[in-house]
Ligand binder design. Structure first.
Ligand code: GLU
Length: 495
């Protein structure tokens, strides 16, 4: 079998949209599953809307997702250049070749004339299409048009008959060439239309499979005869369904974040995004839900790409995000958390010492089970990295009559030991439990005053972790402050 070659062909007119990222992912998965080649091609023929900044941003986001490419604008390859703006000459040659073959012709209709005819067709209840006005111009007529100063575009002569799109997942979709109409392949300014550029490039770059959104199905019907006219093998096609917002409309800004860079900035891990986008597009053969990128590549089959539109479900993404945060390497997520902590003023600017980094890892290890996204880290880490303060809701535990006694006992146990590791912390908690059980002080009554004393907060990680993270002097100072606060609260209550 021939080597599988697929391409991801973004237009650099915005940041990488989550729907476009999904198309990239499906192509990448297919290439990797088939041990084929994944190509990135920049479709920047729209010179007024394309920018280098967006191209860089798209490539950066793709790299962040782990979708590495084998040929592309930055690394080159056998069939480059991989930016359409650098291939205009080739498109012009191909358009000329089609004219020579009688498969394309020059069209002198002005935009104004085309618009008038379009309106007339709509008014008559017809589907607008180019009527073929310039299909059969003689040389004299062409010369006359030129003399009038008209500049020709080039149109593809769509052959009569039926066009069948064989879609790998949807089966055959038939179109009549009547509804298509001869379309422009080269504009009067010499720039290629999307249709010509994409077909020439897919042909020249030996693309074997085109996986793209279902909004391209009618384009595919135009492309198939163009591939044939240019003598290229027709690739196989798979059109994936759209992603919709919860209200059933096309996923857009009003539904929340739509670009990969926003999700990245919000503290999602790439594996969560990939996992979510894959499940949104394709059904695994079993009920498993958590996949790494490599596991997805193993499990992926193009035939199972879903045909029905998928509703974007942020709760599902958030759940996957939390799961992947728990699975990721601790060192890696610690590094990702650092900028969020700096921004919240919980870490100083500049590098961290080895010791501080090791402590930060312990903190992240203790709290990562609570995180949905990594940007939430300041909220959970502030009990360790911020100023110690007892939050107002926590007072209700310090005001309990037995609280000072429990805290005194804890202070005594800690005073008699050195620094605590997690095991040491567990031992201390066991001893406290034993000591207070005979007095009937158990469960929350026992642990909440301790939690409040150590962290100032009513929620947080397990107490042995807390005892392990805070250093001994800090623990003693916090307990001492909490005892004073407990005594003060009880005094004012008695008054
Ligand atoms: N540049 C096109 C887009 O961004 C890609 C079309 C294609 O995959 O053929 O929609």
């Amino acid at each position: 079998m021939n080597e599988v070659r697929v391409r991801f062909a973004p237009s650099p007119t915005g940041h990488l949209h989550i729907g476009t990222a999904r198309t990239a992912l499906l192509n990448w998965l297919y290439a990797r599953r088939q041990q084929g080649v994944f190509i990135v091609r920049i479709e920047d023929t729209d010179r007024s809307r394309s920018t280098v900044i967006f191209e860089e941003s798209i490539l950066e986001d793709l790299a962040w997702m782990g979708l590495n490419w084998d040929e592309g604008p930055d690394i080159g390859g056998k069939y480059g250049p991989y930016r359409q703006s650098e291939r205009f000459e080739l498109y012009q040659q191909k358009a000329d070749e089609l004219i020579r073959l009688g498969q394309a012709y020059r069209c002198y209709c002005t935009p104004k004339e085309l618009e008038e005819r379009r309106k007339a067709m709509l008014a008559a209840g017809l589907m607008p299409k180019y009527e073929g006005t310039c299909r059969l111009l003689t040389e004299e007529q062409e010369a006359e048009c030129m003399a009038q100063g008209r500049k020709p575009a080039i149109r593809f002569r769509v052959p009569d008959g039926r066009i069948v799109v064989h879609d790998i997942t949807r089966g055959d979709i038939e179109f009549s060439s009547d509804v298509i109409g001869d379309f422009v392949i080269l504009r009067s300014d010499g720039s290629p239309s999307y249709h010509l550029a994409v077909v020439v490039d897919d042909g020249e770059m030996r693309i074997t499979h085109v996986i793209r959104g279902e909004d391209h199905i009618t384009n595919t019907a135009k492309h198939i005869p163009l591939f044939m006219a240019l003598g290229y093998p027709v690739p196989k096609f798979a059109h994936n369904a759209m992603i919709l917002g919860p209200d059933g409309g096309k996923l857009s800004k009003r539904h929340g974040a739509t670009s990969v860079s926003e999700y990245r900035a919000n503290g999602y891990l790439p594996e969560a995004i990939n996992n979510y986008l894959a499940l949104l597009s394709w059904a695994p053969e079993d009920t498993r839900e958590i996949f790494s990128l490599e596991e997805l590549a193993w499990a992926f089959t193009i035939e199972r790409i879903s045909k029905s539109p998928a509703i974007f479900d942020i709760n599902k993404l958030n759940w996957l995000s939390g799961q992947h945060i728990r699975l990721a390497s601790l060192e890696r997520i610690t590094n990702i958390c650092i900028p969020y902590l700096r921004e919240a003023g919980l870490l100083p600017e500049g590098g961290l010492s080895k010791k501080d980094f090791a402590r930060l890892m312990k903190i992240i290890e203790a709290v990562r089970g609570n995180l949905t996204v990594l940007s939430e880290i300041p909220e959970y880490a502030k009990i360790f990295l911020g100023e110690y303060e007892i939050e107002p809701e926590a007072d209700k535990w310090l005001i309990k009559p037995h609280a000072p006694e429990v805290l005194d006992a804890l202070l005594g146990l800690i005073y008699n030991r050195g620094e605590l590791d997690i095991e040491g912390g567990k031992k201390i908690m066991g001893l406290i439990r034993q000591a207070f059980k005979p007095l009937g002080i158990t469960g929350k009554d026992l642990f909440m005053p301790i939690r409040v004393a150590l962290t100032g907060s009513i929620k947080g990680p397990e107490l042995p972790h807390v005892l392990n993270i805070l250093d001994r002097a800090e623990i003693m100072s916090r307990i001492d402050k909490a005892i004073k606060r407990a005594q003060y609260l009880q005094e004012i209550r008695e008054e």
